[in-house]
Design a protein around this ligand. Structure first.
Ligand code: PMP
Ligand code: GLU
Length: 398
């Protein structure tokens, strides 16, 4: 059976694959703690679920407009104004099946084969693959734990060429939890301001999971890049709605139109019921968002404390999202009790899965071999138990 080159060169999603493996072990009766996939463990708030039930009863059951219900696009436009101080008309917003679809739409709609796309790494698993789908050339800019996983303006300047079309920027970051401060963003915006050919794709899906105590500053708020930034966001993380599949892009009208054309031939408008639920999320009380952030902060403090006791790990204190990204290079070259060498961070991840029954993700999938990712969107008890198991299993390496 012929499979296209396009798909043959695509890597499967490592986060989803590891989560699947963990589910399989669980169903075989093994007590696995799943720290692989990144999704809030909370239930969707009741007022949002009620809105979805009402939408079913009120027969919101037909095809939806391709870029989303106008009422939802208006709610998003209002949210961007009130929470972020950004001016995007409802016509500049496209709603789709999760932030993931809108990210991919924007890449496909703006990148020509051979165009360069800058990705600060470590970066979420899907960014590189989306650029590959578009035939673009990935240009990574590395920022390790030593620089708190944040790129510098000089690094950015050095990576930009006349062929640079896009930068995929994510703060708070998956997989590192890094959050750029207002000053740091301003400095990056100033660099980007000098290069008019570069479009900024700002993935702000973790904006509400920010422990700095300040509101998130969007890179779109700087005049240097305001008219060529596309915001990506959605309800998955802020409102614990990963399965509802609603995300959006907001950006220049030309990009909005291109994305709508693509979506119209590809998936059509997103689910009517899920859109009505998302509208309730944006229009209703935001107390649930703050409550969840508080819980994540408590868990962050817990995991950072416990992770400091794991031999061989190099960690920092993440300022947002719900991930810890330890450097595990010091463990490479050690041997398991039955004599297997841990050659890569991937070997270590498999060792932790088989010996400690804790599922994590290899940093390699985030363009950062030598690191691993742990999602701490779990109960305090599970975090404590998982880190205890990891510490013991790691201490057994010789
Ligand atoms: N961007 C980042 C950085 C993410 O971690 C995720 C996680 N799923 C997404 C986008 C996509 O989110 P969703 O498709 O669930 O809206
Ligand atoms: N963003 C989440 C993660 O990184 C969900 C899985 C995915 O879509 O890759 O684990």
């Amino acid at each position: 059976m012929q499979i296209s080159e396009r798909i043959m060169q695509l890597s499967p999603s490592a986060t989803l694959a590891m989560s699947q493996k963990s589910a399989e072990l669980k169903s075989a009766g093994i007590d696995v703690i799943n720290m692989s996939v990144g999704e809030p463990d909370f239930n969707t708030p009741d007022h949002i679920k009620e809105a979805a039930k009402r939408a079913i009863d009120e027969n919101f059951s037909r095809y939806t407009p391709v870029p989303g219900y106008m009422s939802l696009r208006k709610a998003i436009s209002r949210k961007l104004k009130e929470e972020n101080g950004l001016e995007f008309a409802p016509e500049q917003v496209v709603v789709g099946n999760g932030a993931k679809q809108e990210l991919c739409n924007v890449v496909l709609a703006t990148v020509n084969p051979g165009d360069e796309v800058i990705i600060p790494v470590p970066a979420w698993v899907s960014y590189v693959e989306m650029v590959k789908l578009a035939g673009g050339k990935v240009v990574t800019v590395h920022a390790g734990v030593e620089q708190n996983f944040k790129i510098t303006p000089a690094q950015l300047e050095a990576a930009i060429t006349p062929r640079t079309r896009l930068i995929m920027f994510n703060s708070p970051s998956n997989p590192t939890g890094a959050v750029y401060s207002r000053e740091e963003l301003k400095a990056l915006a100033e660099v980007l301001g000098k290069h008019e050919q570069v479009l900024v794709l700002a993935d702000e899906i973790y904006e509400h999971i920010n422990f700095l105590g300040t509101e998130l500053t969007s890179i779109a708020s700087f005049p240097e890049v305001a008219d060529r930034t596309v915001i990506i966001n959605g309800v998955s993380k802020a409102y614990a709605m990963t399965g509802w599949r609603i995300g959006y892009m907001a950006g220049p009208l030309a990009v909005t139109k291109a994305v709508t054309k693509l979506q119209g031939q590809y998936t059509s408008g997103a689910s009517s019921i899920a859109q009505k639920a998302a509208e309730a999320a944006y229009e209703g009380s935001q107390d649930c968002v703050r409550e969840m952030c508080k819980a994540f902060l408590r868990r962050r403090d817990l995991i950072v404390k416990l992770a400091a006791e794991v031999p061989g790990w190099g960690i920092n204190c993440p300022d947002g999202a719900f991930y810890l990204f330890p450097k595990v290079e010091k463990l490479l070259g050690k041997h398991t009790p039955d004599g297997q060498e841990i050659k890569t961070s991937g070997d270590y991840v498999m060792y932790l899965l088989n010996e400690a029954h804790v599922a994590t993700v290899d940093g390699d999938a985030f363009c950062a071999p030598g690191y691993i990712r742990l999602s701490y969107a779990l109960s305090d008890e599970e975090i404590t138990s998982a880190l205890g198991r990891i510490r013991e299993a790691t201490a057994r390496l010789k």
